[in-house]
Design a protein around this ligand. Structure first.
Ligand SMILES: *Cc1c(COP(=O)(O)O)cnc(C)c1O
Length: 397
C-alpha cells in the first residue's frame, strides 16, 4: 500500500489521473466540498452517524454468501458473493448517497441533484433526499428511462423530479452533462451527489471512501469464514465505484488478484462497447483526466452496453492509475455473456442479479477453469435485477 499511497499523494491525483478540469465558477463549490469532507473525516460524530445509518437504515453488513451450487457447477475454487443487492434500495449506490447527504446537510445545501444511468443511483439519492426533506432533481437519459422504467417510477414515488435528457445518446454521459450544467447554475444552494468514483477532485476520493465499507466488511468476513484472504476479487466497472469499494482495502495485499470487468457490449471489436480501460486512451472528461473512449481526433466515442449502469465512456481516475500500475486486471464481458451469467446465477442460486453485476459473473467462465479447488473467489454482486426484468424477459423468449 505504501507504494501506491505515496504516488497518490499529489493532491487530487492518482499518478497522472484525476485533477480538477472544471469551469472557474465551480471551484468555490469544490473547495467547500473538500473542506466539508475534511471535517467529516476528522469528526468522530459524523463517522459514527455514517456507520449508524449504514447499519440501521441500509441493513449493513451485507452477507458474504458461499455460492455452493455455482461452485459445484464450475468445479474450480470456492465462489462467494458479496451481497450488495441486499442493501436498502437494491444496490451499492446507497452507501455513497448516505455519506453525501450528510455532507450536503453539513454544508447547509437546500437542493440535491444527481445523474443516473440504471436508475439505482437516482433511487438512492431520491431516498436520502426524501428522508432529509430536501428538494431533489435527477437527470436521466431518455433511453435509460425507457429501459429502466421501474426505477423512474420509484424516484417519482419518492418525490424526486426526473428530468429526461434527450441530447447525445440519451444515456448516462448525457445525464452527467446536464447535472454538471445544473450545478454550474445553482451551485450556491445545490449539492451534486455524483453517483460513481468519477468527476473532478474531491469526488473520486469521497465516493471511494464511502464505498470502501464493502471491502472492509469482505475482508473481515472472509477471514472469519476461511481464515485467510481471497485469491481473486471480481467486480464490474462502469464508473468504478463498486469495484474501488471492494478493491481498496486489498490494494496492498499483493496475493489477492483484483479483476475489474467492463462491458464489451456487442463485442470488443464491434465498435459498440463501454470497455474504457481496455480500449480507451487518456483524455479529459467530466472534470477529470482519465482513460476515455475516443476517436482518432480525441472526440468522445459513443459508448454502448445493454446495461445502463455500465454504458459510460469514461472511468474513475483511480482505476486508470491501478491499470497502469498493473495492480488490477481489467477485462470485459459482452451483453450476451452477461445475460447468460444472469440466468445461470438465477437458476442455480435463486438470486436475480443486476445486469451490471452479471458482467462480473460472466467472467467466471474464463477464470474458473484456471482455479484450483482450494482457491477463493469473491464477486461483488453490486445490485439486484428487478429493474432489468424487461430485458431478461425478452432474452428468455
Ligand atoms: C451503477 C451500478 C453499477 C456501475 O457503477 P459503478 O460505479 O461502476 O459501480 C454497477 N452495478 C449496479 C447494480 C449499479 O447500479
Amino acid at each position: 500500500m505504501s507504494n501506491l499511497k505515496t504516488k497518490t499523494e499529489k493532491k487530487g491525483y492518482f499518478g497522472p489521473y484525476g485533477g480538477q478540469f472544471i469551469p472557474e465558477t465551480l471551484r468555490p463549490a469544490l473547495l467547500q466540498l473538500e473542506e466539508a469532507y475534511e471535517a467529516f473525516k476528522n469528526s468522530q460524530e459524523f463517522q459514527d452517524k455514517f456507520k449508524w445509518e449504514l447499519k440501521e437504515y441500509v441493513g449493513r453488513p451485507t452477507p458474504l454468501y458461499f455460492a455452493a451450487n455455482l461452485t459445484k457447477h464450475y468445479k474450480g475454487g470456492k465462489i462467494y458473493l458479496k451481497r450488495e443487492d441486499l442493501n436498502h434500495t437494491g444496490a451499492h449506490k446507497i452507501n455513497n448517497a448516505i455519506g453525501q447527504i450528510l455532507l450536503a446537510q453539513f454544508m447547509k445545501k437546500k437542493r440535491i441533484i444527481a445523474e443516473t444511468g440504471a436508475g439505482q443511483h437516482g433511487v438512492a439519492t431520491a431516498t436520502v433526499a426524501a428522508r432529509a426533506g430536501l428538494e431533489c432533481v435527477v437527470y436521466m437519459g431518455a433511453e435509460d428511462m425507457e429501459r429502466q422504467y421501474p426505477n423512474v417510477q420509484r424516484m417519482r414515488m419518492l418525490g424526486a423530479a426526473v428530468e429526461p435528457v434527450h441530447s447525445g445518446t440519451a444515456t448516462l454521459k448525457d445525464a452527467t452533462n446536464e447535472a454538471l450544467r445544473d450545478w454550474l447554475k445553482n451551485v450556491e444552494h445545490t449539492h451534486y451527489i455524483i453517483g460513481s468514483a468519477v468527476g473532478p477532485y474531491p469526488f473520486p476520493v469521497i465516493v471511494r471512501d464511502f464505498q470502501k465499507i464493502i471491502g472492509e466488511e469482505t475482508r473481515e468476513q472472509i477471514n472469519e469464514k476461511a481464515n485467510r484472504l481471497p485469491d481473486y476479487i471480481l467486480a464490474c466497472v462502469g464508473g468504478g465505484s463498486n469495484a474501488i469499494g471492494i478493491f481498496y482495502p486489498f490494494l496492498s495485499d499483493k496475493n489477492v488478484k483484483l479483476i475489474g470487468v467492463e462491458a464489451s457490449g456487442k463485442g470488443i471489436d464491434s465498435g459498440e462497447h463501454s470497455a474504457t480501460l481496455s480500449r480507451g486512451a487518456a483524455g479529459v472528461f467530466h472534470g477529470m483526466r482519465t482513460y476515455l473512449l475516443q476517436d482518432s481526433e480525441g472526440q468522445v466515442q459513443l459508448p454502448y452496453s445493454l446495461s445502463a449502469g455500465l454504458d459510460y465512456p469514461g472511468v474513475g481516475p483511480e482505476h486508470s492509475f491501478l491499470k497502469d500500475q498493473q495492480r488490477v486486471d481489467y477485462v470485459y464481458a459482452d451483453d450476451r455473456q452477461a445475460l447468460d451469467a444472469a440466468k445461470l446465477l438465477t437458476r442455480l442460486e435463486g438470486i436475480i442479479p443486476a445486469l451490471e453485476s452479471a458482467h462480473a459473473l460472466a467472467y467466471l467462465e474464463e477464470l474458473m477453469p484456471k482455479t484450483k479447488s482450494d482457491d477463493i473467489i469473491i464477486i461483488n454482486l453490486s445490485g439486484r435485477g428487478d429493474k432489468d426484468m424487461n430485458i431478461y424477459s425478452e432474452y428468455l423468449k
